[in-house]
Ligand binder design. Structure first.
Ligand code: KG4
Ligand code: ZN
Length: 350
């Protein structure tokens, strides 16, 4: 089954054709980073206007690169949220028009859940067989630090999240403080390679027992503000590299120790780590050397926002749906990134 997928929740206009939820026939991503960089972050109004001008061309390119024609496409999938409301509207309106014109079903997809399925793209049969439920899935991105315990493919049971800043957001804010450009995560990772991770003392995370398993990044961020002040302003040279390395290690230590804690009570057979921050090479190495279970990470092209992951999750949804061809899709608008607990009582039982 071939799904044409569309993603426009933030600052990437992306379209992809994905076969059977796993084989990427094409994936085109048009990033707006250069447009937003002078502002030090995403400007929502500009983002939606950029999506409008780009989406037609990106859709054409994705279809062409897949070597498919519209008649080969079985369904259209689109990010329904969470995201910037104006940006979401562009992708959703485009997808609705496309589905209606082609007479194909339209599948609304949750952006955060789709990040998890980014990790199955391109897996060979042997690796796919190792990806077993129940599993732990963690989305570490610019907007979320979410942890799910999944008993089966569409069972996204949120058991952990950040009570303040997201991990990627913290990277971006600290980078800005250092005078680095947006997005800050990759910049910090590169500088950290020349630094010593034990050069600066970092705050110890307060022990918070879960569930819910709580992450927190505002304390680390404040600590970095104070350190930069003590240094007399934005650091440079070896001091900057040492600060990047120390900060990066502290940011990931928190995730690693929380995952170790979760694995004591949740019998997971595999672990998925995805989202923009999962591109970090230092993090990838630490995961491998710290945790003892099969770990799945997306290929670097599918860590950040992309449409292929939307197609991957849409395939799971379409294979479970029974009446997709007979009813219009139900959009659960979620522009505010609400936490949708499946069963609140579950969170308080060990
Ligand atoms: O998943 P994503 O592309 O967009 C959201 O849905 O948020 O994630 C973007 C985030 C940004 O905060 C960016 O700084 C961070 O991912 N990021 C990284 C790295 N590459 C991207 N953080 C740390 N190390 C990286 N190599
Ligand atoms: Zn994302």
């Amino acid at each position: 089954m071939k799904i044409f997928a569309i993603e426009s929740s933030c600052d990437e206009t992306a379209c992809a054709v994905v076969e059977d939820g796993q084989v990427v026939l094409s994936s085109v991503i048009s990033s707006q980073i250069e447009v937003h960089r002078p502002f030090g972050g995403i400007v929502p109004e500009i983002a939606s206007r950029e999506h409008l001008t780009r989406i037609m061309g990106i859709a054409d390119q994705a279809l062409q690169e897949s070597r498919c024609s519209w008649s080969d496409i079985d369904a259209i999938a689109v990010t329904q949220g969470p995201g910037l409301i104006g940006s979401l509207l562009v992708g959703i309106s485009f997808a609705k028009g496309l589905a209606m014109a082609l007479g194909k079903p339209l599948i609304p997809v949750d952006h955060i859940h789709a990040h998890i399925y980014g990790a199955v793209l391109g897996l060979d049969a042997t690796s796919r067989a190792r990806l077993q439920f129940p599993l732990l899935a963690m989305v570490v991105s610019g907007g979320h630090t979410n942890l799910y315990f999944m008993k089966e493919s569409l069972d996204f049971n949120l058991i952990g999240y950040s009570m303040d800043d997201a991990c990627g957001e913290c990277f971006d804010k600290v980078a800005k403080m250092f005078g680095l450009s947006y997005p800050g995560g990759p910049e910090i990772e590169i500088l950290a390679r020349q630094g010593e991770s034990d050069a600066f003392a970092m705050p110890k995370q307060k022990e918070l027992k879960g569930p819910p398993f709580l992450f927190s990044y505002s304390g680390l961020k404040t600590h970095m503000v104070n350190t930069v002040r003590q240094q007399g302003g934005a650091p440079s040279g070896k001091t900057l590299a040492d600060l990047c390395a120390s900060f990066q290690k502290a940011a990931f230590d928190q995730i690693l120790s929380k995952l170790k804690e979760v694995l004591k009570t949740h019998q997971a057979k595999s672990l998925i780590i995805s989202g923009g921050v999962s591109a970090n090479g230092f993090f990838r190495k630490q995961l491998d050397s710290t945790l003892n279970l099969p770990i799945f990470l997306p290929g670097l092209a599918y860590c950040g926002d992309n449409a292929a992951m939307i197609g991957a999750l849409a395939f799971q949804q379409i294979t479970k749906a029974t009446d997709l061809y007979n009813r219009p899709p139900v959009f659960d608008w979620d522009a505010y990134s609400k936490y949708n607990f499946k069963n609140t009582n579950d969170l308080h039982q060990n």
